[in-house]
Design a protein around this ligand. Structure first.
Ligand code: NAP
Length: 247
């Protein structure tokens, strides 16, 4: 690819797993475009990456707003002249038992966790096809693979990412574009910060590796599937969960 730096867009990069993925991809020499709704935290992550000698830019966008998210991606392609890696990581939970789950809780989670990935992939597919190179990663969850009580919306959205990814892998594989799923298990972030200790202990009991995961554990898998020489790896679901689900 000559001397052009690969451009990687990471959603939900203001904290947690997305931040760890962004830091890792930047350390691996990518120009990382950080996306989330909040400009302040994105600027802080950008400064951290630059402080470590990496390259980043920040774009505040709500991936749950289809038009705004597609426009943001089109702007990124225009500005940077390319888009090599898309990591659809932004996600939310609105947990409730099935009988109590509201339409709003369902719609919001499906919109942010699933529809945003479809919109994002569609918006950057053309640029990737032109380059004959692309690496797409959708961050799902083990909840989407085995289900989880109280998470009908979340598990359905995450499971939907698997079908979406396998289809994208088939449709775009001939153009040098891969699409894979990384499915985290239990990772220490804001999303899991408020779970009671007995729940986290139960989770640890189910794992082969007896510790909770960290953002860096997921970042390592994302770095692997987005590498230039990972072009033969596509349509796969990689559970990074300390051996909690082995299927
Ligand atoms: P987190 O700490 O809650 O961070 C979520 C990120 O998503 C934040 O950067 C947030 O930024 C961004 N975000 C949320 N809604 C957004 C929207 N509408 N538009 C743009 N950005 C949005 O979560 P996390 O634990 O790092 O999780 C990251 C991903 O991993 C999610 O997809 C999650 O489902 C998945 N996952 C996590 C675990 C776990 O154990 N932590 C397990 C399995 C899967 P702003 O608030 O600034 O917008």
């Amino acid at each position: 690819m000559g001397d052009q730096t690969r451009v990687a867009v990471v959603t939900g990069a203001s904290r947690g797993i997305g931040k760890a993925v962004a830091m890792r991809l930047a350390a691996d020499g990518r120009h990382v475009v950080l996306v989330s709704r909040s400009a302040g935290p994105l600027e802080a992550v950008k400064a951290e990456i630059e402080g470590a000698g990496g390259e980043a830019s920040a774009v505040a966008a709500d991936v749950g707003d289809r038009a705004a998210w597609a426009a943001a991606l089109e702007g990124i392609v225009k500005e940077r002249g390319r888009l090599d890696i898309l990591v659809n990581n932004a996600g939310i939970t609105r947990d409730n038992l099935l009988l109590r789950m509201s339409d709003e809780e369902w719609d919001e989670v499906v919109s942010v966790n699933l529809t945003s990935a479809f919109v994002g992939i569609r918006a950057c597919a053309r640029a990737m096809m032109k380059q004959r190179f692309g690496r797409i990663v959708n961050i799902a969850s083990t909840s989407g693979l085995v289900g989880n009580s109280g998470q009908a919306n979340y598990a359905a959205a995450k499971s939907g990412l698997v079908g979406l990814s396998k289809t994208v892998a088939r449709e775009l594989g001939g153009k040098g574009i891969t699409c894979n799923v990384v499915a985290p298990g239990f990772i220490q972030t804001d999303m899991t910060a408020n779970l009671p200790e007995d729940v986290t202990n139960k989770v640890k009991d189910m794992m082969a590796i007896k510790r909770l995961g960290e953002g860096g554990d997921i970042a390592a898998a994302v770095a692997y599937v987005t590498a230039d020489d990972a072009g033969f790896l596509t349509g796969q679901v990689i559970a990074v969960d300390g051996g909690m689900t082995m299927y």
